[in-house]
Design a protein around this ligand. Structure first.
Ligand code: PLP
Length: 384
C-alpha cells in the first residue's frame, strides 16, 4: 500500500484534534438554541459570544462587527447582494479577474441585475498594481460602489496590496471588501488598520470545521440582509447559529495565530525544496507567480508537454493529493481562470499543479512528491 500524502491544504485542512475536541465539547455542553431564554440557551449564547470575542480580538476588530455564516462563499455573496440592496444609487462593482468564483459569480449576478461591473486585469505574476488600479478606477469614472480584492489567491498564493486598494477605493467613495480566506492564519494582518469595510473568512481552511464562515462588516448600515427570518447575527443573517462550529473556528484561529511564525518558516523552506528539486530534475517547468510575493505555503507550477489531469491522476495513484490548474465547470474541464487571466497559455494552464502545504507537512513528503512528479511527467512525455 502506498502512503497517502495530502498536499491540498488550500482546498481544505483536516480538522485539528484540539478543534475537534472543542467542537464535541460545545455540541455536548452548549447544545441549546442561543435564542432560548432558559439555562441551555444561556450556555449556548455564552459559548457563541466567547467564540465571537476571541475571533474579533485576533482580527483586531470589535465583536459586534463580525457575523457567522455557513461558509465564505455565503459571506462573499452576502457582501455583494447586501451592498446592492443597501445602495440603489451606487451599484458599481470592481473586482479582480482572479477572485474566487463566489466573488466573480456574485458580481456577475449583479451585472445581470443592471449593476455596473468592472473586472480588473492582473499582470503576468497574477498581481494587481495599485498605481494601475488607481488609473483604471479614474478612467472608468467610478464614484461610489464597492471594490473587492482578495488578500491571497487560492491558486497562486499571490498576496495582494489590500491596504493600498482600500485607500484607493475610499478615495473613489467606494467601500472595500477583501476575501481573506487564504490569508487567515497564514500571514499576519490586522483588519482595522487594513481599512477594509468587509472581509470574508472560512474555518475549514485553517483546521476548523467545514460549514462555518465569517463576515466582518465595519458598518452595519452598508448592507441589507439577504437571508431573512429571525434576528440572529445582528439581524443581518437569520438562522439558528452553528455554536459548535463557531467555537471550533475560534479554536482553529487561536492555534493558527500561535503558530504563525513557525508556519511561515516551515512552509517557505519546504516550498523552496520543491521548487529547487523540480527545476533541477525536470525540463520545461514553469513556476507561476515567481516574481510576486506569495503565501509561503502555496506553489503553482506548470509542466510543458503533459496533460495536467493525467498528471494529477498519476500522482493520485502514487498516493499524492493535489489540485490541478483546471476546474470542472458545467461538466467540462476548463483551465484555471486565474492562470488564464495571467496570460499563461491554455496548454500550460491545463498542465499545472497546485501544491499547498501545512505545518504538518514533512520534508520527506515534499521530496517524495518531487520524485513522483519526475516519474509521472517522464512517463506522460514518453507516451506522447
Ligand atoms: N474564497 C477563497 C479565496 C477560497 O479559497 C475559498 C475556498 O476554496 C472560498 C472563498 C470559499 O470558502 P468556503 O469553502 O467556506 O465556501
Amino acid at each position: 500500500m502506498k502512503a497517502k500524502v495530502y498536499l491540498d491544504f488550500n482546498a481544505t485542512h483536516p480538522i485539528l484534534p484540539q478543534v475537534l475536541e472543542a467542537v464535541v465539547h460545545a455540541e455536548q455542553q452548549a447544545f441549546g438554541n442561543p435564542s432560548s431564554l432558559h439555562w441551555a440557551g444561556r450556555a449556548a449564547r455564552k459559548a457563541l459570544y466567547e467564540a465571537r470575542r476571541k475571533l474579533a480580538l485576533g482580527l483586531g476588530v470589535s465583536p459586534d462587527s463580525i457575523l457567522f455564516t455557513g461558509s465564505a462563499t455565503e459571506a462573499n455573496n452576502l457582501v455583494f447582494r447586501g451592498h446592492y440592496e443597501a445602495f440603489p444609487s451606487a451599484r458599481t462593482y470592481a473586482v479582480s479577474a482572479v477572485e474566487h468564483p463566489s466573488v466573480l459569480r456574485a458580481a456577475e449576478a449583479l451585472r445581470n441585475k443592471r449593476a455596473r461591473v468592472l473586472f480588473l486585469d492582473v499582470d503576468r505574476d497574477g498581481q494587481v498594481d495599485p498605481r494601475k488600479l488607481r488609473v483604471v478606477l479614474e478612467k472608468a469614472g467610478l464614484e461610489g460602489g464597492l471594490l473587492s480584492l482578495m488578500a491571497a489567491n487560492n491558486e497562486t498564493g499571490v498576496l495582494f496590496p489590500v491596504s493600498e486598494a482600500a485607500e484607493i477605493a475610499h478615495a473613489h467613495g467606494m467601500l472595500f471588501h477583501t476575501d481573506a480566506v487564504q490569508a487567515l492564519g497564514k500571514v499576519p494582518f490586522d483588519l482595522e488598520s487594513m481599512g477594509a469595510d468587509f472581509a470574508s473568512f472560512s474555518a475549514h481552511k485553517i483546521g476548523g470545521p467545514k460549514g462555518v464562515g465569517l463576515l466582518y462588516v465595519k458598518n452595519k448600515r452598508s448592507m441589507e440582509p439577504f437571508i431573512l427570518g429571525g434576528s440572529q447575527e445582528f439581524g443581518l443573517r437569520a438562522g439558528t447559529e452553528n455554536v459548535a462550529g463557531a467555537v471550533g473556528f475560534a479554536k482553529a484561529f487561536e492555534i493558527a495565530s500561535e503558530h504563525l511564525d513557525a508556519f511561515e518558516a516551515h512552509t517557505r523552506a519546504l516550498k523552496e525544496v520543491a521548487v529547487c528539486r523540480l527545476k533541477e530534475r525536470i525540463g520545461g517547468v514553469i513556476v507561476h507567480s515567481e516574481g510576486a510575493r506569495t503565501l509561503p505555503s502555496t506553489l503553482s507550477i506548470g509542466f510543458e508537454g503533459v496533460d495536467g489531469d493525467a498528471l494529477l491522476m498519476g500522482l493520485d495513484m502514487e498516493g499524492y493529493a493535489l489540485s490541478s490548474g483546471s476546474a470542472c465547470s458545467s461538466g467540462k474541464i476548463e483551465p484555471s481562470h486565474v492562470l488564464l487571466a495571467m496570460g499563461v497559455p491554455r496548454r500550460v494552464a491545463q498542465a499545472s499543479l497546485r501544491v499547498s502545504l501545512s505545518l504538518s507537512t514533512t520534508r520527506k513528503e515534499v521530496e517524495g512528491l518531487c520524485d513522483a512528479v519526475e516519474g509521472v511527467v517522464a512517463r506522460l512525455r514518453a507516451s506522447r
